[in-house]
Ligand binder design. Structure first.
Ligand code: 5RP
Length: 264
């Protein structure tokens, strides 16, 4: 692997081989998402606990301090909205010049396998990999399903993750699934990071799926709403770090969360 790629990945993935990314990119198709209306307020206090911040260039420039030391994963796909015709009809939205200018450690884009725009999003990924690898920037592929959350089966996720890796993604972000998540990870020759999805009913549920996903081979998480829609986002991130970086069990993480939330 080239030194530049290795160096950037080593800033995102800690020496233990694990990572917690913090996504605040939701506005690129959802607009002012609940608890993300003011992105700088949302991230206040959270950055020290994140191994990477997933964000669009607009929110990076407007809402993230330029002295931020958390590595940036720039969201570089989009062009759709939650009220538009088809969320899968994404294009690349950010040039390689911008990616370099903004000192991104990595870039992320969505692919929509099985959708009407499968070919377009997959060839976008291949093109982005070509451009970014030239400058030593690792690409994270996001296996997106749009509104079709029921697609998140091991069979579908394994197919999507493998295709993303085959096209050159250095990291794949995908959903956790209750059954056979280990086959999703096993079939993907590059590291897998677990995506979040809508907020769970309880914190324990979050710790449980993250713990299980990590035990089954994922290297970390990219959780947004389950962190910053929680009334105690800092304790949430710290408890997740305990699961990810210290192998805390779900009850241990929950106990830590409760302890840290007291008096907040
Ligand atoms: C949107 C994304 C987000 O980064 C992803 O959805 C993570 O956020 P959440 O945990 O809230 O689902 O890629 O397409």
């Amino acid at each position: 692997m080239d030194w530049g790629i290795e160096n950037r990945l080593s800033r995102l993935i800690r020496e233990d081989g694990r990572c917690q990314f913090l996504p605040i990119d939701h506005g690129y198709f959802q607009g002012p998402t609940t608890c993300l209306e003011n992105p700088s307020k949302t991230i206040d206090g959270l950055l020290p606990y994140a191994d990477g911040l997933f964000v669009t260039r607009g929110v990076l420039r407007s809402s993230v301090p330029s002295h931020c030391q958390t590595p940036i994963i720039l969201r570089v796909s989009g062009g759709t909205s939650i009220i538009g015709g088809d969320l899968s009809n994404e294009g690349l939205t950010t040039s390689i010049d911008e990616i370099l200018r903004l000192n991104a450690a990595s870039v992320g884009m969505s692919i929509f396998v099985g959708s009407d725009y499968e070919h377009q999003t997959l060839t976008n990924l291949a093109r982005l990999v070509d451009e970014c690898e030239r400058y030593g920037i690792p690409v994270m592929a996001v296996t997106a399903v749009g509104k079709e959350l029921e697609k998140r089966t091991a069979r579908y996720l394994a197919l999507s993750c493998r295709i993303a890796a085959e096209l050159g993604a250095r990291i794949v972000k995908t959903y956790y699934c209750d059954e056979d998540f280990d086959t999703v990870v096993a079939g993907c020759p590059v590291p897998v990071v677990i995506a979040g999805g809508p907020k769970c009913e309880t914190e324990l549920e979050v710790f449980e799926f993250v713990y299980d996903g990590i035990q089954k081979g994922a290297i970390g998480v990219n959780l947004g709403r389950n962190v910053w829609q929680n009334p105690h986002p800092v304790p949430m991130m710290r408890a997740l770090n305990a699961v990810i970086h210290n192998n805390a069990t779900p009850p241990e993480a929950f106990e830590l969360f409760e302890e840290l939330s007291k008096g907040q």
